[in-house]
Design a protein around this ligand. Structure first.
Ligand code: GLN
Length: 236
């Protein structure tokens, strides 16, 4: 299986290194025709406006949209998730084109600026069930988006509890424990819809390769299905 990694900007090298650690060669994608050589694609984190401008410059959007429409497996991490989401709102959502296909609404820079970047343990029962290992995963959030809404076909794989925006913004010093609890808000940080996977955090920046293995499992399933349908067509 050939896994492409969109290599315009951001953490593409880190994804290729993570793939290498599980014995898979990642192929750098910079031109539309290179997508024909791969069966699955990773869109890395970085800065989505910059990445979108570069994708536009290299005329990549039609080929990227076709890749998604063909049902091929695509995983977006952080800015890559913004690329895949059907709708992006929030700071600097300045109307630039993205790829779309993943039925969810993301809020860009939901957790704040670079200074509010953080790491946390996420509960990942789906990863533990399908790939093994512990029930938790170290989530690295860098100017990360959050997923605010999902469509009926979109499965939630992980969420995270944050103080609500109001309580983060207010300088209230009279908050009781109970008020703090009530003001917490759960946001979604990992989703799957068919062969599309989106994570708001950066698994490629950790030593834990289980999200990469999970994505490859998803991708393997589609490879099997499409080879079966090719065989069927030959016998029609
Ligand atoms: N906030 C960034 C954006 O809008 C994404 C950050 C990231 O990929 N680490 O593109």
């Amino acid at each position: 299986m050939a896994v492409g990694v969109l290599s315009l900007q951001g953490s593409f090298n880190e994804h290729i290194a993570a793939l290498r650690r599980i014995g898979v060669k990642g192929i750098e994608i910079r031109k539309p025709e290179q997508l024909q050589n791969v069966t699955a694609l990773i869109i890395p984190g970085g800065e989505s406006t910059t990445m979108a401008k570069l994708a536009e410059y290299h005329n990549l959007f039609p080929a990227l949209r076709d890749f998604v429409k063909m049902g091929k497996p695509v995983w977006g991490t952080c800015a890559g998730l913004i690329f895949l989401a059907n709708k992006a709102v929030g700071q600097k959502a300045g109307g630039q084109e993205f790829v779309g296909g993943l039925d969810c609404t993301v809020s860009r820079n939901f957790f704040g600026s670079q200074l509010q970047s953080f790491e946390t343990e996420l509960l990942v029962p789906e990863i533990a069930a399908k790939v093994g290992g512990p029930n938790t995963f170290r989530g690295v959030f860098i100017r990360a988006p959050a997923i605010l809404e999902v469509g009926p076909e979109t499965e939630v794989l992980a969420d995270y509890s944050v103080p609500s925006k109001n309580s983060r913004d207010s300088k209230s010093n009279s908050e009781t424990q109970e008020e703090k609890f009530v003001s917490e808000e759960r946001v979604i940080v990992a989703v799957k819809q068919g062969k599309l996977l989106g994570t708001a955090f950066h698994p490629e920046l950790t030593a834990d390769t289980r999200w990469h293995s999970y994505f490859l499992k998803m991708a393997g399933e589609v490879a099997e299905q499409s080879s079966t349908s090719i065989v069927k067509e030959e016998y029609l």
